[in-house]
Design a protein around this ligand. Structure first.
Ligand code: NI
Length: 182
């Protein structure tokens, strides 16, 4: 177990364009994935990107393993997104349809905002062993992928909010909900 400190908005590392991974199935890469997974689970995140723990590489993880019995308390109503390690991702929107939806981020604890995202998304990339990944997704899955991959280009969700009136504290917007760490 290695739960890392999640960098918060304002840290320069979060604004960098992260570098591609050049070698797969290395000890260092497996360790990074384990650290991301431990940290995401500890924080009840829907996903996490390597730059959020100070590693400027194009690596994200998101979703839940089938063995996880408990529903993520931060996103109780969300569709189940399969646990995915996605490296050097390439995202391609499918169509022009955009949905507005609430998002949070481990780098902005206690905050929420309404963010427009493409409804349907094709994504490709590799897992930590170098196996190709190629998926067409929609809804919450598409939203999570776009959020996490934005981190690799130095984009945090508030930068995508159309109207900053839609940005604020979780416990003010949702006073009756019990948000945990975030
Ligand atoms: Ni985030």
């Amino acid at each position: 177990m290695a739960i890392k400190t999640v960098l918060r908005m304002g840290e320069p590392c979060l604004l960098l364009k992260a570098k591609p991974v050049e070698k797969f199935d290395t000890e260092a890469l497996h360790q990074l994935i384990q650290d991301l997974e431990d940290t995401m689970r500890h924080m009840n995140g829907a996903g996490i990107a390597a730059p959020q723990i100070g590693v400027s590489l194009r690596v994200v993880i998101f979703g839940q393993k089938a063995s996880d019995q408990s529903i993520n308390p931060r996103y109780p109503d969300a569709d189940i997104v399969p646990y995915t390690v996605l490296i050097n991702p390439v995202l391609t929107p499918v169509g022009d349809a955009v949905d507005e939806g609430w998002e949070g981020c481990l780098s902005l604890p206690g905050m929420r905002g309404i963010v427009p995202r493409y409804t349907q998304m094709h994504y490709a990339g590799f897992d930590q062993f170098g196996n190709p990944i190629d998926r067409l997704v929609s809804g919450f899955h598409a939203r999570v992928v776009q959020h996490e991959c934005d981190h690799l280009d130095g984009i945090l969700y508030p930068m995508r909010i159309n109207d900053l009136k839609d940005f604020g504290f979780s416990d003010v917007f949702f006073p009756n909900q019990d948000f945990q760490d975030d």
